[in-house]
Design a protein around this ligand. Sequence first.
Ligand code: 5GP
Length: 144
Amino acid sequence: MADIFDQIIKGEIPCYKVYEDDDVLAFLDISQVTPGHTLLVPKQHVDNIFDYTDDIARKVLLKLPILARAIKASDDKITGINIQSNNGVSAGQTVLHSHWHLIPRYDDDNLNAQLAPTIDHSADFSAERYQNIANQIAKEMEKM
Ligand code: 5GP
């Protein structure tokens, strides 16, 4: 059975998309640990980093700094970013389709400097707020 990210990639489940090309999709994480929390996923299904070929690594990892810059540029209150990938259930991976969390950091976000993306703020986000954030990041991605 397809995992939830396979379904998002196929368009069967909606997402707040910020970037897409032939190889990767980037969209807002529903939990929004901080505003702008984005997931970067390879379109080709791989469970996690243990299954990466050099080709998948090139396609996905080269996008990380570009996406990070777009996220930072989308809001001048963003001063840092945590990039994390959980690989394996023992490491906290809950969706078995490889993904990279990009979690923007704000000087006043009151989170620990290092954090696992296990915080759920989705109750604070209306559809309009998600869409506005996704649009801002997508606009910056077009300039990268
Ligand atoms: P993991 O715990 O595997 O590192 O991260 C999985 C992430 O997927 C979680 O942060 C969770 O909020 C996010 N997530 C789970 N289901 C959905 C969904 O249907 N849509 C979106 N956008 N994110 C999801």
